[in-house]
Design a protein around this ligand. Structure first.
Ligand code: MG
Length: 295
């Protein structure tokens, strides 16, 4: 039950707060590359080995557990098995969707999205890229191209120009360009969850540059007195995320091991607290005897 070292004092304070009062804490977790190994076919992504048990363990001791993802929330609930984990909610499509206890709420699609949906296939043709339609956003994937990095670089300008023309934004990721409504990112999603739950401490784990707005949200919350810890699921494809995090683990398997250790530590702290109260409660903390009634 050993946690990797926390590299910052603010992160150490965040971990201490999470362990001290887990019922008033929010644990936010990215999915792809964090809870799930990256795979060539996005539809084939599944929770890492032990991931479901780790999430179930979190829900038993932390007050609020959420997967914060760019994925459609309904897909994640059904296919990734989150629907079988009571207590885990999903902020899908960067917060445009919210799924909890089998009920899905979502924002209206951005007005410019249909025009981009129509134009995008012709734009990416010839680059060996594929377009994923997530309903509220569109994603260009170059992972399966002969040279994924070159395809991403070549498409970046034209995709961005098309998005801007229709009032949308482009967010890059690990061999992806995601087109979505302005103002939607994991930072706003995490801040909304914190406001709704009233949580007093926060952990966020992610692997990609799309998770950096959530890291920034944790840093901003700290400035407002909410303790927080950022965790990076490290990969060679997004080194900037590890540089920004308080604590770094090795990919989804490392995340699962970390979450299991965190849950075990929460249980240990609770046992130590209970033992401390039992010891200090009797006889040393027994209230002083009342003086005898005067006759
Ligand atoms: Mg990810």
């Amino acid at each position: 039950m050993t946690l990797p070292p926390v590299r910052t004092s603010a992160g150490a304070a965040g971990l201490t707060a999470l362990l001290a009062d887990p019922r008033n804490a929010l644990v936010g977790l990215d999915f792809d590359g964090t809870l799930s190994p990256i795979v060539a076919d996005p539809a084939a992504a599944r929770l890492a080995a032990g991931g479901a048990a780790a999430l179930a363990g979190l829900t038993r001791c932390f007050g609020h557990v959420a997967v914060v993802t760019g994925r459609p929330a309904g897909w994640l609930a059904r296919v990734a098995g989150i629907a079988n984990l009571p207590g885990v909610q999903i902020a899908g499509q960067y917060g445009a969707q919210r799924w909890a206890a089998g009920i899905l709420h979502e924002q209206e699609p951005a007005p410019g999205l249909p025009a981009v949906r129509t134009a995008l296939p012709a734009l990416v043709a010839g680059y060996d890229a594929v377009v994923e339609d997530k309903g509220l956003s569109l994603v260009v994937h170059t992972r399966r191209a002969g040279d994924p990095r070159a395809a991403l670089a070549a498409l970046s300008g034209p995709v961005r120009a098309l998005a801007i023309e229709h009032g949308l934004q482009v967010h890059p990721g690990r061999y992806v360009l995601e087109i979505r409504a302005p103002g939607l990112d994991k930072g706003t999603a995490l801040r909304s969850l914190m406001a709704e739950t009233g949580a007093q401490s926060v952990l966020f784990a992610g692997d990609d540059v799309g998770d950096l707005p959530a890291f920034a949200a944790v840093e901003g919350l700290r400035a407002g007195g909410i303790a927080g810890l950022t965790v990076c699921s490290a990969s060679a494809e997004a080194p900037a995320v590890a540089q920004r995090a308080d604590l770094v683990v090795d990919g989804p398997a490392g995340v699962v091991a970390f979450l299991v250790a965190l849950v075990a530590l929460v249980a240990l702290v609770a046992v130590v607290d209970a033992a401390g109260q039992a010891v200090s409660g009797d006889p040393l903390r027994r209230p002083p005897a009342m003086p005898p009634e005067p006759h």
